[in-house]
Design a protein around this ligand. Sequence first.
Ligand code: UD1
Length: 428
Amino acid sequence: MEKLVIHGGNRLTGEVEISGAKNAAVAIIPATLLAQDVCRIENIPNISDVVTMMHILSSMGAVVHYINKHTIEVDTKPVNSYIVPHEMTKKLRASYYLIGALLGRFNRAKVSLPGGCNFGVRPIDLHIKGFELLGATANVENAMIVASADHLTGSSVYMDKVSVGATINVMLAAVKARGLTIIENAAKEPHIVDLANFLNAMGADVRGAGTDVIKIRGVTHLHGCTYSIIPDQIEAGTYMVAAAATKGDVLVKNVIPKHLESISAKLVECGAQVIEYDDAVRVRCDGPLKRCNLKTMPHPGFPTDMQPQMSVILSIANGTSLVSEGVWDNRFRYVDQLIRMGANVQVDGTIAVFQGVEELTGAPVRADDLRAGAAMIIAGLVARGTTEIEDIIYIDRGYEDYVEKLRDLGADIYRKDFRDDTAQPAAG
Ligand code: UD1
């Protein structure tokens, strides 16, 4: 097992290159199932969630070639199974995209309920409702989602709640359905647009992605294509916050600045300077960090996946900040770890009040989930003394080469192998 060791206090300075978007990659890889052909995907992030998804496709018969660290070729023609067992899905929330993709390809899917980050109840009722509106039956049987249809038929699908996953799953199921599907109150995240562009590159007819209404006219055949994934909005935002929190000066490269607007706006409110270039942003901060209020919302609002990282700034900013979580019902678990480092935070349901403190101090903490882990790293970077972070397996799921990238920016951070000395040998 490994943990991270961080000696805090160094300013981050220099340049960092952002990898391809995790949440786009984990949707686009299952989407290749729809083509029964060879797809070449570039700018794939080298993270464990992607490795898991590729592993699932391989286990179903797809032929996967790594051309280089960030480019793969997937031939999904040999896939002949529509069943994905628990051993495959337990590590990855996004494994539920296999339901939409397999339904689209085989008109049936049997996929074990997904694992992944736990920040509250994560229902999939909207996904199931969407499949049913397209003419499928979908039920949960023995912890597996079983969906099937004679054929899928385009339909009007209104999302009661804005859901990234349900929007993507209905898109995947609808691209080869008969007739027109209209998704209303659709999610608008950048990776929804990226998936639509990928599907269209395979010959699909998807319009309106990035707005509330997505129209999908079903086609009978999709073909292979070459496609490059967008940069990761959340990885970029995480380095931007780390730069500001450490009073650093960092050029964050290979980004789409428009995707970062809500994050840039909050950093500016907190006293940082953000300069936008065509495909980079520079974040620097040399004055005091200021308080601000934050409410997470679906895109283009402030992303919930940036809430824990941004909260580290608020825990050392001047004054009192209010953070309101508008997407998930239980996304403040990491606060207990920040309190161990000296933060002054009160949580009441989906609202947290941060009373800024002079400084954080290093402590042994854990990564409760992927973005909580990113927040712990930022807290460790600004803290006085040494922070040790356990359960970094979560962070490995979504951030490529983060130790190397942070070290290049001047951070004192390294991985350390450890054996849990307190663990007792199993009885019997
Ligand atoms: C995706 C992201 C995740 C991010 C989240 C919100 C991926 C792989 N993961 O997760 O990192 O935090 O978007 O930006 O892209 N809901 C229902 N019923 C459903 C589905 C969702 O009530 O059937 C609710 C959820 O409980 C939550 C809200 O809708 O309160 C948003 O969830 P959703 O957008 O679906 O999140 P994910 O797609 O799982």
